[in-house]
Design a binder for this molecule. Structure first.
Ligand code: RFL
Ligand code: PHB
Length: 395
């Protein structure tokens, strides 16, 4: 037994977007949760990550009652640009999908809104919880233990939601024989820079160049987010700002390059690219959601949105269980979530393959890649397939 015994309906591991969104959707439905997070709230908010939300993700934030600031400050984007061979090709998302769009709103801001809503409703979150351990999740009486403010805590619950990201304890707690792992590493990473300067273009630009991929994104009308493909092993110290801006300019088409304004970086980081899926996403009373179960390379802007769609299926299953005594939603969870996950894995892999330079590619591979880009630029059908995936497949 712990020093302190608590009880809740759903114990949520991880206070990233998946854990916080699940907590809020369950709170609105009258279901109790406790969130355990290894880091401090400030640390979670200091991680700069995604910026593109699908309409389905925005609808979930509305359902959770946390979309007011998003609607006031988020930027609606009806299209984005691909840049290669010296020209820009606009993907008219709205025109190609019957009016659908994406919203630019930083993951940090979405996390802040969810944290504030949770604090306001008084639902408990244990930040800086150490030694989080999951027990008895092969039974109907799972438990979570941790060390919090010097006390050993034991939480008895009905279900555990593993929303603790790719380095979390949840999927690591599962017996290896219970999981199938599918993985691909890419031979490069993304070097990201945030700068307080107006974005180079009012829509995103994904550029493919023989020097490597580049992406021009944004957080607001005054804050830009830019990325460069970089080799594995790249050190941030080797990339002073001047080198970053010079390299970015070289990878862009002339029109975009001419509009690019240098500014001091306020953040710089490197992320390796990886595809990963752990199947199934349920084991007894433990449900995995978000990066705990799968990773996509960021090229298709799908990671955060997939975390949200998992949470949608999981919240539906839990609400069905508690409100109507219905087991079918929870029983179908893994299969429903994975069906959507694999489509986003395919899209993210495809968009990564289309736009990056692969160091081990043959001349034939490079010709095929160039032909695919040329086909895309000239075919409305190909652009429509890209657009329908980018705005997000239906839940
Ligand atoms: P997170 O955000 O990693 O949160 C997991 C939380 O669990 C905590 N944790 C633990 N807590 C308790 N005990 C333990 N043992 C724990 N171990 C870990 C962690 O501290 C953390 O707070 O996972 P979540 O919630 O599933 O959310 C997933 C998203 O964060 C991720 O998919 C996206 O950021 C991916 N991503 C993008 N997704 C998009 O949809 N659109 C984008 O434009 C986009 N751009 C990106 C991205 C990811 C990037 N990086 C850095 C990988 C751009 C980049 C550069
Ligand atoms: C971002 O703004 O951080 C961002 C946008 C689009 C992506 C990936 C990251 O595909």
């Amino acid at each position: 037994m712990g020093d302190k015994a608590l009880r809740t309906q759903v114990a949520i591991i991880g206070a990233g977007p998946a854990g916080l969104l699940l907590g809020q959707l369950l709170h609105v439905a009258g279901i109790d949760t406790i969130i355990l997070e290894r880091r401090s709230g400030d640390y979670v908010l200091s991680r700069i990550r995604a910026g593109v939300l699908e309409q389905g993700t925005v609808a979930l934030l509305e359902q959770a009652g946390v979309a007011a600031r998003l609607h006031a400050e988020g930027l609606r984007h009806d299209g984005f640009n691909l840049a290669y061979d010296g020209a820009r090709h606009r993907i008219d998302l709205a025109g190609l999908t019957g009016g659908r769009h994406v919203t630019i709103y930083g993951q940090t801001e979405m996390t802040r809104d969810l944290m504030q809503a949770r604090a306001a409703c008084g639902a408990p979150s244990l930040y800086e919880a150490a030694e989080v351990h999951l027990a008895d999740f092969d039974s109907a009486h799972p438990r979570v233990t941790c060390l919090f403010e010097g006390q050993r805590i034991e939480i008895a619950c009905d279900f555990i939601a593993g929303c603790d990201g790719s380095h979390g304890v949840s999927h690591a707690s599962l017996p290896a024989a219970a999981l199938s792992l599918h993985e691909r590493h890419y031979p490069f990473g993304w070097l990201g820079v945030m700068a307080d300067v107006a974005p180079v273009s009012d829509e995103l630009v994904y550029a493919s160049h023989e020097r490597g991929f580049a992406l021009c994104s944004m957080r607001s009308a005054h804050r830009s987010r830019y990325y460069l493909q970089c080799p594995l092993g790249t050190e941030i110290a080797d990339w002073p700002d001047a080198r970053f801006w010079d390299e970015l300019r070289q990878r862009l088409d002339p029109q975009t390059a001419a509009a690019l304004v240098d500014a001091p970086s306020i953040e710089k980081s490197i992320a390796p690219l990886r595809s990963f899926v752990a199947e199934p996403m349920r084991f007894g009373s433990l449900f995995l959601a978000g990066d705990a179960a799968h990773i996509v390379p960021p090229t298709g802007a799908k990671g955060l949105n997939l975390a949200a769609s998992d949470v949608h299926y999981l919240a539906e299953g839990l609400i069905g269980h508690y409100r109507e005594g219905r087991a079918s939603g929870l029983e179908a969870y893994s299969q429903r979530a994975l069906a959507r996950v694999w489509k986003a894995e395919r899209f993210s892999w495809w968009m990564t393959s289309l736009l990056h330079q692969f160091p081990d590619s043959s001349p034939f591979d490079r010709k095929i890649q160039a032909a695919e880009r040329a086909y895309l630029a000239g075919s409305r059908a190909a652009m429509a397939a890209l657009a329908e995936n980018y705005v997000g497949l239906p839940f």
